[in-house]
Design a protein around this ligand. Structure first.
Ligand code: HEC
Length: 105
């Protein structure tokens, strides 16, 4: 009985891990492709005066987004980031940061 139980648990964990790999940051991807890519570009490499988002850790990106959401000034163009970040929840920021940091190395 115990053996069967641990098999079922292991199988569930393996299946769960596969699902996570396929779609790790679905919410982040959705928001990035709809909102952020307009300024930061399809590969997050920046466009004109809009900065690149590649090469940063998820922690760094999430911290910046929380600063913008709080209305703090980070760089000379922070005013552009305020309206797009105020609507984001903590979960959405985590997902976005994870998506960007893991999708655009
Ligand atoms: C209207 C254009 C625009 C949109 C849309 C936009 N950004 Fe930005 N973003 C900027 C600009 C301009 C800056 C630089 C702001 C500054 O000077 O502080 C910036 C800065 C950032 C930074 C900090 C980069 C650094 O070098 O520290 C992050 C992180 C970021 N944006 C993420 C996002 C995410 C995620 C989204 C989608 C929710 C998004 N941005 C949507 C224009 C935009």
């Amino acid at each position: 009985m115990d053996k069967l139980r641990s098999f079922v648990v292991l199988a569930a964990v393996a299946l769960g891990a596969g699902a996570v790999e396929a779609q790790e940051f679905p919410e982040g991807e959705k928001i990035y492709q709809k909102v952020c890519r307009n300024c930061h570009g399809p590969k997050a490499r920046g466009v004109g005066s809009f900065p690149k988002l590649v090469g940063f850790s998820a922690e760094y990106l999430a911290d910046r987004l929380k600063q913008y959401r709080a209305g703090e000034t980070v760089g000379p163009n922070s005013a552009l980031m305020k309206p797009v970040s105020v609507k984001l929840s903590d979960e959405e920021i985590q997902d976005l940061a994870g998506y960007v940091a893991n999708t655009f190395p």
